[in-house]
Design a protein around this ligand. Structure first.
Ligand SMILES: Nc1ncnc2c1ncn2[C@@H]1O[C@H](COP(=O)(O)OP(=O)(O)OP(=O)(O)O)[C@@H](O)[C@H]1O
Ligand SMILES: [Mg+2]
Length: 291
């Protein structure tokens, strides 16, 4: 689709301002996060076809404990398909997955969750009319005898949100009345209830303003500090630069480079995404600017 290309280019202009906003969430002195550590999740040679469409071709992907890996790529590059393979929604045609160094078959979303892989999809899947507690425990309610343990669930909700330093005014208000950032926080908190080792976030800041984006990025930073491996799908290069340790680029279903974020420029990431070298902006974008 044509909409994404100008969006990337426009982000060049946004980058400076946004970097200032997000700067506190990066620790510049942080040690190389993956050095000497086993990945918690590794994909090797993953191939996935949908009929004639080759969505993924021989893709490798690693996430280490305490690391944020951004997964980027243009529309149709295969990001969602890769996430769905990891989340147990699609099974790969070829290749294998290692989790904690062990070869695993992730045959269903339930299998993924039981292994310790949590996914926050872009639509968040929250129930607007239910309150925060009910959303956090939807489908895994705590029971006390035969009745719901409302007190226990409320206490656990507060604990969890406090751990995340989440700014939620009350856990007894319907999530429809929360801001976009607060809703994202609730969705992330819910994914943490299963005590995962890997959390995948699909475009967590796409619908958020500047302050809420900073809040969610700070939350991602805290999850990293707690030792989780985090996969962040994002079209926003400022977010990627602000919070990721590494960035993995997919292009047309294949790996097109993995970079340590400190070693790579914004332009290099864009070039890997769109497959260009030095000739950006693309002719279409230049044409649009002139007209
Ligand atoms: N269920 C499906 N059936 C058929 N084709 C599919 C299916 N899911 C994805 N595809 C195709 O696989 C390719 C990769 O799609 P995917 O959704 O993984 O891309 P993406 O990187 O997530 O793109 P976007 O940034 O637009 O979300 C595309 O050509 C898409 O049309
Ligand atoms: Mg997608």
């Amino acid at each position: 689709m044509v909409v994404k290309e100008p969006r990337y280019l426009a982000e060049r202009a946004r980058l400076k301002a946004a970097e200032e906003t997000h700067a506190p969430s990066r620790a510049p002195e942080a040690a190389p996060r993956e050095a000497g550590r086993e990945p918690v999740l590794s994909l090797r040679g993953i191939t996935k076809r949908f009929g004639a469409v080759q969505a993924l071709q021989d893709v490798d992907f690693d996430v280490h404990p305490g690391e944020v890996v951004a997964l980027v790529g243009d529309n149709g590059a295969g990001k969602s398909t890769l996430v769905k393979v990891i989340a147990g929604v699609h099974s790969p045609d070829e290749g294998h997955v290692l989790f904690g160094g062990r070869k695993v078959a992730i045959s269903s979303p339930t299998a993924a969750r039981e292994l310790g892989i949590a996914t926050v999809f872009q639509d968040l899947a929250l129930s607007d009319n239910l309150d925060v507690v009910a959303n956090l425990f939807l489908g895994k309610e705590l029971l006390r005898g035969r009745t719901l343990d409302e007190v226990g669930m409320e206490r656990r909700s507060w604990e969890l949100l406090r751990q995340l330093s989440a700014k939620i005014p009350s856990v007894r208000i319907p999530v429809v009345s929360l801001s976009g950032g607060q809703r994202q926080t609730v969705a992330i908190a819910r994914s943490l209830l299963g005590d995962p080792k890997v959390v995948m976030l699909d475009e967590p800041t796409a619908a958020l303003g500047v302050a809420q984006t900073a809040e969610v990025l700070n939350l991602i930073g805290r999850l990293r500090e707690s030792g989780l491996g985090i996969v962040l799908i994002s079209h926003n290069m400022a977010d990627v630069k602000a919070v990721a340790d590494r960035v993995a680029v997919l292009r047309l279903g294949r790996n097109n480079g993995t970079f340590r974020i400190r070693d790579v420029s914004h332009e290099d990431i864009i070039a890997a995404i769109i497959g260009a070298t030095a000739e950006a902006p693309a002719p279409r974008a230049r044409h649009n600017q002139e007209s």
